[in-house]
Design a protein around this ligand. Structure first.
Ligand code: FMN
Ligand code: ATP
Length: 322
């Protein structure tokens, strides 16, 4: 299935076994990886493919998979919460200027392809003339293919480049590292790994309508389950709504001051500064800047309201003080 998502990137969804052949595509320089987050290491791989495409007169491409292999392969840790769910990943890759984006439906059958079959069908078979991957990229059944075996598996049909490890503070920048930093609430450390702030998109839904009665109306953001969320607590955030960014303060949590029983999922609610528009039903993106404190159970409304006032001031100080 060919689907045009923008003027720039041609998106191709592949189901195994796919029925494309070489002639369906121009000669390609292709970046290979799963790319959850499209972090700085991933960006290096994708940019390298773009540069090679330009210098060799090829079109640039990215190949990714969906869902995450660990969901299908039933590993102990099931990767179901993404830094960038597929839609977000597409948007970021599009922003990097790739010409083609191949999204391979990751199934047990696809996962059981021998490394040579993967290279034949998904690299040589898609007219790739230059493959680019990171130093630790693996392919084929049990990840048996790697950047040393690729020379042999290429059958001389394409060149390849290996991108060396990109580290931050001595540690490899990886999706796993970024997930653990978000889990710890250290959202302020994310830009040095992701190259941008971590963000979460959702739809603005109705809450209990208590917020406006206590002087702090909030937009409740319903986020799809597949999004990774920072831990419960209060955050300085920016929120994108109706084509504009606003500053605000966000509570991720269960509102223990008011609720005896813990809900299944925490709510994400943002008090947007200097804002009184009705945005129910609209899409909004929360951009996480700094965790200010954990969520607490207060003795009553007055104590909570006093604390939210302090949270607001802390967020304003963060955004407006150099
Ligand atoms: C900045 C901020 C911090 C908050 N901190 C807490 C908290 O520590 N404990 C708590 O029970 N509720 C906290 N809340 C949630 C409020 O209880 C909630 O916004 C209020 O009850 C309105 O909820 P509603 O939108 O469902 O009507 C916080 C809300 C905001 C905006
Ligand atoms: N820090 C990095 N430096 C260079 N290349 C990287 C780096 N991180 C990932 N890559 C490369 O980017 C591509 C996509 O990486 P991939 O999505 O497999 O995961 P990752 O970021 O290493 O995360 P994890 O292993 O934690 O799931 C691969 O080719 C990989 O080798």
């Amino acid at each position: 299935m060919l689907e045009k998502v923008s003027n720039n990137v041609e998106m191709i969804k592949l189901n195994h076994p796919h029925t494309f052949n070489k002639n369906d595509f121009p000669p390609l320089a292709m970046a290979l990886g799963y790319f959850d987050g499209v972090h700085l290491g991933h960006q290096k791989v994708i940019k390298e493919a773009k540069q090679i495409a330009e210098s060799k007169g090829l079109k640039s491409a990215v190949m990714t998979f969906d869902p995450h292999p660990s969901v299908v392969l039933g590993k102990r840790v099931q990767q179901i919460e993404y830094i960038t769910p597929l839609e977000d990943k597409i948007r970021v890759i599009e922003g990097l200027g790739a010409d083609y984006l191949f999204i391979v439906h990751f199934t047990p059958e696809f996962a059981s392809l021998l490394p040579q079959q993967f290279v034949d069908d998904y690299i040589i078979g898609l007219n790739v003339k230059h493959a680019v991957a990171g130093f630790d990229y693996t392919y084929g059944k049990m990840g048996k293919g790697n950047m040393e075996t690729i020379q042999f598996h290429s059958r001389g049909s394409f060149d390849f480049s290996v991108v060396p490890k990109l580290s931050a503070d001595g540690e490899k920048i990886s999706s796993t590292l970024i997930r653990s930093v978000i889990h710890e609430g250290r959202v302020d450390a994310i830009p040095s790994l992701l190259g941008r702030h971590f963000s979460t998109a959702g739809v603005v839904a109705h809450g209990d309508k208590r917020g406006r009665t206590i002087g702090f109306p909030t937009a409740n953001i319903e986020t799809p389950d597949e999004y990774l969320l920072p831990p419960t607590g209060v955050y300085a955030v920016r929120i994108f709504s109706r084509d504009q960014w606003h500053h605000g303060v966000c509570n991720v949590g269960y509102k223990p001051t008011f609720k005896e029983k813990k809900a299944k999922k925490p709510t994400v609610e943002v008090h947007i500064f200097d804002f009184s528009e009705d945005i129910y039903g609209e899409t909004a993106t929360v951009e996480w800047h700094l965790r200010l404190r954990p969520e607490q159970k207060f003795s009553g409304i007055d104590a909570l309201v006093e604390q939210i006032g302090k949270d607001k001031q802390a967020a304003l100080d963060y955004f407006y003080t150099d």
